[in-house]
Design a protein around this ligand. Structure first.
Ligand code: SF4
Length: 95
């Protein structure tokens, strides 16, 4: 469908489709999918300790963190890092 509307032609459309539909297969093995999202998106000021503990046991941690950084996820715990920790990591790598 995006090819039909793409001024870039087929290759451009394929690129756009890959951006629009990132590989989320890692989420099938995400431990947080078994525990629920509450730990990972706590109320402001609440502890993220339990979320980080679960992330520490998750085999998808690296893929999860890469996804969060690539997609500029601003809220919650992803890949074992809080919002502030991801922002700090991003700033460190931009220097
Ligand atoms: S690293 Fe944490 S947030 Fe990411 S998939 Fe695993 S449990 Fe979920």
């Amino acid at each position: 469908m995006s090819e039909r509307f793409s001024p870039l032609g087929t290759l451009g459309a394929m690129h756009i489709e890959s951006i629009a539909a990132p590989d989320l297969s890692w989420q099938e093995q995400a431990l947080c999918a078994q525990t629920g999202a509450d730990f990972f998106f706590p109320e402001p000021g609440s502890s993220v300790r339990e979320a980080k503990r679960i992330c520490g046991l998750c085999e998808m941690r690296s893929a999860c963190l890469q996804y969060a950084l690539a997609n500029d996820e601003r809220f919650g715990v992803w890949g074992g890092l809080s919002e502030k920790e991801r922002l700090s990591l991003r700033r460190t790598h931009q220097q």
